[in-house]
Design a protein around this ligand. Structure first.
Ligand code: SAM
Length: 374
């Protein structure tokens, strides 16, 4: 019996619930009060801190930090099951209503946001009634968060984010843990697309250990890291020096430096020197995806990189071609572009999979086509 269970009367006498019921009460890590802040940082980096619950006092000298699973954090004195966890109000509207927001004001609150490590990125409606209130409420809602940034879009060839500090710490460097992959980044300096999570996980699933991959637009290692962690040997190119620095850091953070060859260069510079089993083209340029009549066909759009991608691909290899496609031209446009690139390269392609990754913007969808190239 832990002290908390003893103190709270659990454990005195036969258990009230049927013995066979699995104990699903939430866990907490007990640490000395003076070490709480450092321990929370470490639990967050380990990806086990539970921001949905508040920290609780455990006894005169200790606090109970909410965790989702037993941590490896050295400062933890013991892990206990909480008999009366203190959950935060679980939605933004509830918190804003507690702050006196009227129904009309609540209609101007943001409907979605992303939590990247310890940073909340929120797209504020233009008519938001009180952005400071929203930011404070988001910090309250996500106990593991330290900063709230207004997300004002991504632009340029380097896909750089525009953000505005709303609340909390000004230092926004963080570590985001996703399915065991650790991404160090500064969301104010490099993009991170929560909408691509399923695709990042898929890339780790489709590769075989030992296969060779060319990740043309590696960024901070969005796809490179899950693939290398799955045993692939990845050649990664990234043109943005800031993203490239994180790519190198993240290869070390995930212990895959022996399987990642990173180059800060335009991917087209290296393509002809490679002959790999798989090429990932995770970039759709600045194009807004509208039809080709004068829009969305700029040279930096994904299509322009297909010749380089095919030149790096072994016969029988697979290319993952990403595009921002108008709904009305899905799947005709990406498929015709792939076929045309295959013809120009004198190679046959067979489409193996077509996936909608996420909504890109109104009427435009981010898609990926997997094609096997003879
Ligand atoms: N596919 C990932 C995702 O969506 O999360 C990464 C996309 S990321 C926005 C695309 C990256 O490609 C950016 O970091 C950008 O700097 C880089 N990039 C753009 N053009 C490039 C080029 N010609 N060669 C190498 N990297 C390039």
């Amino acid at each position: 019996m832990t002290e908390e269970e003893r103190r709270d009367g659990i454990g005195t006498g036969p258990p009230a619930e049927p013995a066979e019921r699995a104990d699903d009460r939430p866990l907490a890590a007990v640490v000395p009060k003076p070490e709480a802040e450092i321990a929370i940082e470490s639990l967050r980096a380990e990806g086990v801190y539970d921001g949905d619950r508040r920290v609780r006092e455990y006894d005169a000298n200790h606090v109970a930090l909410p965790v989702t699973e037993p941590p490896s954090e050295p400062r933890v004195r013991e892990v206990v099951r909480q008999v009366d966890p203190d959950y935060r109000t679980r939605d933004l509207e509830g918190l804003l209503a507690e702050r006196g927001w009227s129904d009309a004001a609540l209609a101007t609150a943001p409907g979605s946001w992303a939590v990247v490590g310890s940073v909340v990125l929120v797209t504020l409606p233009d008519d938001c009634a009180d952005e400071d209130d929203v930011a404070d409420a988001l910090l309250e809602l996500h106990g593991g968060a330290e900063t709230v940034l207004a997300d004002e879009g991504v632009s340029g060839t380097f896909r750089e984010p525009a953000t505005r500090h709303l609340a909390g710490e000004r230092d926004t460097e963080t570590v985001h843990v996703e399915h065991g992959t650790r991404y160090a980044l500064d969301p104010a300096a490099v993009m991170f697309s929560p909408g691509n999570e399923a695709e990042r996980v898929r890339m780790g699933d489709v590769v075989e250990a030992g296969e060779t991959v060319f990740d043309m637009f590696a960024g901070i290692g969005y796809f490179t890291l899950p693939m290398a962690r799955a045993g692939a040997r990845v050649t990664a190119t990234e043109a943005n020096p800031t993203a490239f620095r994180y790519l190198l850091e993240n290869a070390a953070l995930n212990d895959v430096t022996d399987r990642v060859d990173a180059y800060r260069t335009d991917c087209r510079e290296l393509a002809d020197e490679l002959s790999v089993d798989r090429v990932v083209m995770g970039y759709y340029g600045e194009a807004d995806g509208t039809d080709d009549a004068g829009h969305g066909s700029r040279t930096d759009e994904a299509e322009a990189f297909l010749p380089a991608a095919l030149s790096a691909l072994e016969p029988g290899g697979t290319v993952h071609y990403h595009e921002a496609t108008p709904e009305a031209r899905c799947w005709e446009r990406p498929l015709s572009r792939l076929e045309s690139a295959g013809r120009q390269a004198g190679r046959d392609l067979a489409v193996r999979e077509k996936r909608r990754v996420k909504t890109h913007s109104a009427g435009v969808v981010h898609v990926v086509v997997d094609a096997e190239v003879e």
